[in-house]
Design a protein around this ligand. Structure first.
Ligand code: NAD
Ligand code: TYD
Length: 378
């Protein structure tokens, strides 16, 4: 029975990974370490926390004492490091927090894992590790920078981060690589494209657009909406991470992508059309609309591109296009993105329509202040 340390397990992808692993490998013991920032929510994993195989620890990945205690108490075999400050717009406002969490936090985890897993030294002085252990760093395609209209990121594309967020993730990748080279630590790095799915915090494009439509608010599209992202359903990402952890070649980087490039403006239009269609097919979904007066519920005519979309000031240093070439993980591990975007987006929108209590809970704190600062009173 393997014991995983899953950091950031109360966030979007981390929580989906927790659910995935508990289903796929029911004999696993999971230790979740999360300091519950605005993006982490215990409600997201409340059902998982009742599982006796799950231990939750509220703490900071940058705190040496907290992480050391975890390794002393639990026989950790795998570290899967999701914990991070993850939103580009916030990194533009407050870069330093991103460096502290994403770089120093990763280094603290690496260092503690190295000490705990070392059983001796070889004749050259390199540590020898307990068998079967691995550190997996969950990284992002954003470390490769921005593409023009053509081409793809492969694992050998040079790192060229352009936002404080991506720079902090690239630095974290480099410190992971440094531990692999200098201390022969068993690691993998995965670099994934944009995820979407349940439990996505509504500061990111897809859940923010869904939330705004339900509140009959304008939908802010940065610049002219022509920026391209490569969207992957979150469960497919979790499956890829699980596969790299268990079967990936130690020391390797694996790109994970959806083969699903879309312009932002097209994503927004697809969400508008899909919400309207789902409400027409199933009028029960109209109860997710916020101003629940009768006229709004009866009449969905206002759910149109023209009425809802507003083009706003572009993000500073906005990367134009991301697109992943996932050939390596497909060839080596047989992984491919199973969920077609047309199905994944409907599943995602249905989930939000059916889980408005989750949305309300996670946005009840500082979210309103953040929204006003970012978007004004639209
Ligand atoms: P998220 O913001 O939803 O969740 C991050 C989680 O980390 C939260 O639960 C938060 O409380 C926790 N956390 C933050 N700082 C912490 C700290 N110092 N100590 C302990 N916990 C801390 O992020 P996400 O979208 O789930 O992303 C998870 C990881 O995947 C990140 O490393 C991100 O860079 C990477 N990634 C995300 C995407 C995406 O599309 N969301 C794509 C590729 C890679
Ligand atoms: P986001 O979900 O923040 O992910 P990332 O910046 O990590 O790719 O943004 C996805 C794309 O959507 C990105 O090109 C910025 C754009 N965007 C908007 O146009 N409006 C918004 O309100 C947000 C949050 C993002």
């Amino acid at each position: 029975m393997n014991t995983y340390l899953v950091t950031g397990g109360a966030g979007f992808i981390g929580s989906n990974f927790v659910k995935y692993v508990l289903k796929k490998h029911p004999n696993t013991h999971l230790v979740i370490l999360d300091n519950l920032t605005y993006a982490g929510n215990l409600g997201t994993i409340k059902d998982d926390l009742t599982n006796p195989k799950v231990t939750f620890i509220k703490g900071n990945i940058s705190n040496p004492r907290v992480v050391k205690e975890i390794f002393e108490k639990h026989p950790i075999d795998f570290v899967v490091n999701f914990a991070a400050e993850s939103h580009v717009d916030r990194s533009i406002e407050n870069p330093q927090l991103f460096l502290k969490t994403n770089i120093l936090g990763t280094q603290n985890l690496l260092d503690t894992a190295k000490k705990s897993w070392t059983t001796g030294k070889d004749e050259s002085g390199y540590p020898i590790y307990r068998k079967g252990v691995k550190f997996l760093q969950v990284s992002t395609d954003e470390v490769y920078g921005s593409l023009g209209e053509t081409g793809y990121f492969t694992e050998t594309t040079p790192l060229d981060p352009r936002s404080p967020y991506s720079a902090s993730k690239a630095a974290a990748d480099m410190i992971v690589t440094a531990y692999a080279e200098t201390y022969k630590m068993p690691v993998n790095i995965t670099r994934c494209s944009n995820n979407y799915g349940p439990y996505h915090f509504p500061e990111k494009l897809i859940p923010l657009i869904i939330k705004n439509i339900l509140e009959k608010k304008k939908l802010p599209v940065y610049g002219d909406g022509s920026n391209v992202r490569d969207w992957l359903y979150v469960e497919d990402h979790c499956k890829a991470i699980d596969s790299v952890l268990l079967h990936g070649r130690t020391g390797e980087v694996y790109n994970i992508g959806g083969h699903n490039e879309k312009k932002n403006i097209d994503i927004v239009k697809i969400i508008i059309t899909t919400i309207k269609r789902l409400m027409e097919e199933n009028p029960g979904y109209k109860s997710a609309l916020k101003e629940n007066n009768d006229s709004q519920q009866d009449n969905l005519e206002w759910i149109t591109d023209d009425y809802l979309i507003t083009f706003v000031k572009d993000r500073l240093g906005h990367d134009h296009r991301y697109a992943i070439d996932p050939t390596k993980i497909t060839n080596e591990l047989g992984w491919y993105p199973e969920t077609k975007f047309e199905d994944g987006i409907v599943k995602t929108i249905r989930w939000y329509l059916e889980n408005q209590d989750w949305v309300e809970k996670v946005t009840s704190g500082n979210y309103r202040k953040y929204y006003r600062q970012m978007y004004g009173n639209r």
